[in-house]
Design a protein around this ligand. Structure first.
Ligand code: C2E
Ligand code: CA
Ligand code: CA
Ligand code: CA
Length: 279
């Protein structure tokens, strides 16, 4: 038994070891990737649920890795957050998303659309973040209302006042503020009234079960009603079926994104999507 125990320990230790090595390697690769700008952005359309017209695009980062191919963000964002590399990476994402939106505005001036950018807590807490964002959109000539920032509830909950002040400054300038993955964190309804936000993004995990679970259906229905009372926009994530879309429309949720409408698109394909939608 003792032998077996030792064996198990050794196996555990070695798998732990390889996980650590793996993260280490990823970190080193990521370091280089930031220097080489080996990232690209995809854009997922956010649509009006009734007529499917484009409301905006969410910018989603991908890593074009020399040997691993296209690495999805779930495999590297947490490493980037731990190491602090999320700060330069996040800056690259924001600058390029703003540039894309500015180009779309020039190409399709009659078509109002915004770009929505994911912002990590660590990035948001860097000094002068709000001013830097405003400088970037100004430099690229993008109206503030054409930019939305998505952040998670945890950032908003553990606030020391600085986060709220930065959010207020951005919002005063006209930037849209969204709470991402709404409902998955330690939601406290009181902060919704307190904080300057415009949009609740309902996490995909809620949408997945609205058709099969009456309980989940009731939860989503309640959030949509709450949002209406608080004058917040709701964007439902991860809509994959017509049934899900219909249920959300019935509840009064106006906007959403998901494979039912479109997967995240390359810049070119997103431009084409806009062109077809605008005509
Ligand atoms: P998220 O912010 O919740 O983004 C939505 C994710 O759901 C995206 O995955 C999107 O491709 C996926 N998705 C959209 N519609 C559907 C659907 O109908 N079905 C399914 N199964 N999935 C759908 P993606 O692009 O792999 O991104 C994963 C997460 O990585 C994002 O989750 C976000 O938290 C993070 N992320 C992506 N880009 C950035 C970034 O630039 N900065 C930061 N900080 N995080 C990012
Ligand atoms: Ca998001
Ligand atoms: Ca989500
Ligand atoms: Ca997220």
């Amino acid at each position: 038994a003792k032998e077996a125990g030792r064996d198990r320990w050794r196996r555990y230790e070695s798998s732990l070891h390889s996980a650590v090595v793996e993260r280490h390697r990823l970190r080193a690769d990521l370091d280089r990737a930031i220097a080489d700008e080996a990232f690209l952005l995809h854009f997922q359309p956010i649509v009006t649920l009734t007529d499917r017209r484009t409301h905006g695009f969410e910018a989603l980062v991908r890593w074009d890795h020399p040997t691993r191919g296209m690495v999805p963000p779930d495999d590297f964002i947490s490493v980037a957050e731990e190491s602090g590399l999320i700060v330069p990476l996040g800056a690259w994402v924001l600058t390029n998303a703003v540039r894309a939106a500015a180009q779309w505005r020039i190409a399709y001036p009659e078509y109002e659309t915004y770009v929505s950018v994911n912002v990590s807590a660590r990035q948001f807490r860097t000094p002068e973040f709000a001013q830097w964002v405003l400088d970037e959109i100004d430099r690229m000539g993008l109206p503030p209302g054409c930019l939305q920032l998505e952040m998670t509830e945890s950032l908003l909950l553990h606030d020391d006042g600085e986060v709220a002040a930065a959010l207020a400054a951005l919002r005063r300038a006209g930037v849209r503020i969204a709470i991402d993955d709404f409902g998955t964190g330690f939601s406290s309804l009181s902060y919704l009234r307190r904080l300057p936000v415009d949009v609740l993004k309902l996490d995909k995990s809620f949408i997945d079960t609205i058709a099969s679970s009456t309980e989940q259906h009731a939860v989503v229905d309640t959030i949509v009603q709450l949002a209406r009372i608080l004058n917040l926009e709701v964007v439902a994530e991860g809509i994959e079926t017509e049934v899900e879309r219909d249920l959300l429309v019935t509840m009064g949720s106006k906007h959403g994104q998901g494979y039912l409408f479109s997967r995240p698109l390359s810049y070119r394909d997103a431009s084409q999507w806009l062109l077809e939608d605008a005509s």
